[in-house]
Ligand binder design. Structure first.
Ligand SMILES: *Cc1c(COP(=O)(O)O)cnc(C)c1O
Length: 384
């Protein structure tokens, strides 16, 4: 055995012993309320297609029309990958978000990594919520900034760290809706704090976009705070039902990113089909009041019933509803038992969540049939 063989084998064994092994499982209709694995019908509570738009005929049509311009974009944005459709889409995103400018980026992961690394240098201190998404964490890691992670949603802790910092520039970054807990960032207070300390506030609105705001503009709009926040990142892969991501900010910030954001500069531009589908999805999202309302009602009902069954849903107030179980083994057992009973809900384990806080993460969709949610709740009652 080579050194590599024995290392890979030891790593594999360690993951299995700690119930941390992960595997890919082919799932049909993976973004729809009903999915199939090995032919078995499953109520899908694992998709982030919150508004049920991923399979919308208008989006599929737009993608097909876009694809007639070519399957690929051919180069990165700064080389020759910025076609007129992309420029028009960026204007549309800026007007949707009410920002001076916007930038289309390959994915939410790429946006977070690139934006944070591009804004931070040795003279920057980054203040990050401990439960921020991995892409935010990785962006900070890539930069040479000093990082201070504050306890989840703990404003006193954040204020203390800001007070102690002597960095020339301060940047606060937080998810709006925390992806594994379904709770929300205290935005009003964060805006006050960043004003007091002259910090830049960066929001990752991956789970707020499409779902919150009068027209789905996002969580900052829901609270009437959008024009007080310097930079927002959001993805088109969740409620918008497509792929790709945006940065919405001032012209100066966007210009800075165009010249410095490495995940924009060194990665190929999104293909025409995606650009066209995202364009159509913004129109659908803006008009999706009924879907937003349905999602809210179903989420509240599901969370209340889960609590009645004795599950701990933490601080969730959104379409993301965890059932906290603690150990990775328990989470895996629960997910398996649910799948046997016709429910697709994945176990979320460390390092995605802190050690000892493994959980089942349920995500609701506007298009879930009430009867199917009842079926899922019946399965949950069976395993409770
Ligand atoms: C999903 C997610 C991302 C990544 O977005 P993609 O477009 O899927 O790469 C970033 N941040 C948060 C909070 C997310 O949940």
């Amino acid at each position: 055995m080579t050194a590599w063989d024995s290392w890979l084998e030891a790593e594999r064994r360690r993951r299995e012993q700690q119930a941390l092994a992960r595997e890919l499982q082919a799932t049909e209709h993976a973004a729809e309320p009903i999915a199939y694995r090995g032919g078995k019908r499953l109520v899908n509570l694992s998709s982030n297609n919150y508004l049920g738009l991923a399979g919308h005929p208008l989006l599929i049509e737009a993608a097909a029309r876009g694809a007639t311009r070519g399957a690929g974009s051919g180069s990165s944005r700064l080389v020759a990958g910025s076609d007129p459709e992309t420029a028009a889409l960026e204007e549309k995103i800026a007007s949707f978000k009410g920002s001076q400018a916007a930038l289309l980026v390959g994915s939410g992961y790429l946006a977070n990594v690139g934006v944070i690394a591009a804004l931070c240098d040795r003279d920057t201190a980054v203040f990050a919520d401990r439960l921020n998404h991995a892409s935010v964490v990785d962006g900070v890691r890539l930069s040479s900034a000093r990082t201070r992670r504050y306890r989840h949603r703990d404003l006193d802790h954040l204020a203390e760290l800001l007070e102690k910092s002597s960095a020339a520039r301060k940047l606060i970054v937080t998810d709006t809706i925390f992806s594994m807990d379904g709770d929300t960032a205290p935005l009003t207070e964060l805006v006050e704090l960043k004003d007091r300390y002259g910090a830049l506030l960066v929001l990752d609105d991956a789970h707020g976009g499409g779902v919150f705001g009068a027209h789905g503009e996002g969580y900052a709009h829901e609270l009437g705070l959008a024009d007080r926040i310097e930079l927002q990142v959001g993805t088109f892969s969740k409620a918008f039902g497509v792929y790709g991501a945006y940065v919405a900010a001032s012209r100066v910030l966007i210009d800075h990113l165009v010249s410095t954001c490495r995940t924009l500069i060194y990665s190929t531009a999104l293909p025409p089909a995606i650009v066209a589908a995202v364009n159509a999805s913004i129109d659908l999202v803006a008009e999706a009041d009924d879907r937003r309302k349905a999602l809210r009602v179903k989420s509240e009902h599901f969370r209340a019933r889960l609590t009645e069954l004795g599950f701990d849903t933490g601080e969730s107030t959104t379409q993301i509803v965890p059932a906290l179980v603690g150990s990775s083994e328990r989470a895996l057992d629960l997910a398996r038992a649910l799948e046997e009973r016709g429910v697709l809900a994945v176990a979320i384990r460390p390092p995605t969540v802190p050690a000892g806080s493994a959980r089942i993460r349920f995500s609701l969709m506007a298009t879930h049939a009430d009867a199917d949610l009842e079926l899922a709740l019946g399965a949950l009652a069976g395993v409770a």
